[in-house]
Design a protein around this ligand. Sequence first.
Ligand SMILES: [Zn+2]
Ligand SMILES: [Zn+2]
Length: 577
Amino acid sequence: MGRGGQASQGQTPTDWVTRAADDAIRHARQADEHAGTEGGRVITCASGASPSGPVHLGNLREFLTVHFVAEEIRRRGIAVRHLHSWDDYDRFRKVPAGVDPSWAEHVGRPLSAVPDPWECHASWAEHFKAPLQAALREMGVEMEEVSQTEQYRAGAYRDQILTAVRRRDDIEQVLATYRTKKTAPVAESEQEAEALAESVADEEEAAGSGDLSRFPFKPYCRDCGRDTTTVTSYDDESTDLAYTCEVCDFHGVTNLTTQHEGKLVWKVDWPMRWWVEGVDFEPGGVDHATPGSSYTVGKELVKRIYGGRAPSFVGYSFVGAGGQVKMSSSRGGVPTAADALKILEAPILRWLYVRRQPKQAFNVDFGAEVVRLYDEWDALARKAANPDKRDAQVLAFERASATAAAGVLPTPAVVVPFRVLSSVADVTAGSAELISRTIGHVGHEHSTVEELEPRLTRAMTWMADFVPAEDRTTVREEADKDRLASLSEREQQWIALLLDGLPEELDIEPVTTLVYGVPKLAHGLPLDADPTDEVKADQKAFFTLLYNLLVDADRGPRLPTLIVALGAGKVRSLLTP
Ligand SMILES: [Zn+2]
Ligand SMILES: [Zn+2]
């Protein structure tokens, strides 16, 4: 028994990552035994993604599921790689909203051959890979990346393609069995419906007609580059494949041994790559694991056709988004990892994915929930600092906050609650330097702005770009003269007591004592007296009055914070007729 066994015994907490890593290691050992090799080869954990559009937070689960499992295996001292396939040799399916309709002429071409409509990258595929690659780097995810366009074009799969084509009747037999078993899955969300529609499209792709109707290989037309081809004949001796193109009417012959101009259909392509790459672990959306789905069929095919074994598999559910989603994405669509990293520290985004079972669906919230999420994270960080409290939650914290290669991911040197940073950003609506100074006065000492990063910038961005204007604080530009002229006697007394007690340099503790104490003083009690019921009622009325006069609202950020953030001069000017 390897170290995987030890990890699940005794006092070490375990989670889904531990179990998936155990399974991947077991898979590798069994594969070694089967092959009669000594073992010790590098374990392969694979992910795959089609760069057909913005890689949203649901797709991110594919990458992170593999990343966490590979990290766990690495942590045990076992050689492992995270192999990521960019499925950029997949066809361009349709022109999305917001793109010039003339891009319809590229439908059917590989994503790597479609030009970038925004003209900033070499291709459509590169345009959508780049931001995700940057976000993953920020999240400490390191992968060995493979372009399927490069692999196919270089003939890396030539032998496996020839095998699949030679064994096409066996493949069809397997596919036919599962075709009848297929039950129509029910989509639970829009994203899921889209994924299901795509898997149905994969299901129905046919490369030829008649006897060749289920041909497992589809050529891209040599003339127009589209996959709108129909296989018309195949010669098993010469490996010449003849086809016609529906769009440009080209009649061509490609030789599968010497020319590399097409790809295996998806349901054969996936198991073929498990075999070639020696994949031990690969996750997939839950729709990939239903009867008749690509995983189930692939499992059978890899065994029958290549004599291999399907990797251990984890099915994951969808990830949605909540809160001010529309404001989060410049494309107005589903938010991406880059969008989430504008407001969440990288370890917190990682934590959202690692703390839940893959089969659990969840939302990343861009609204008010962000504040609670930061509080929860900070509380967990304090718990994790105590070695006696190591449980599954702390394990999730550790997985989220550090990687083997990058070490501990960036977190603020001085941890200030996100609610404090965001409300100071809200009130001051000013520069990082101004916010930093105010933060010092509200009880969070630090020496430089940098000590508050990377959190400060995120709090500022969240407040400015994600919180709706009506929920933000608008500080009055000048005093409300009408209201000040109509103050009751008691209200005048409160304001006078406040201004009398207000020093020029404001610090949070004395300001808090003063703000809560003014109604006590008005009742002839000392500042530190316990509040009576009357005092409590007066405090409520006094606070509403201050919000009215300072920010033209009945409520707002905590008053002491608001007053310190505004500064004595501004407070005096707004409270004096
Ligand atoms: Zn671009
Ligand atoms: Zn053509």
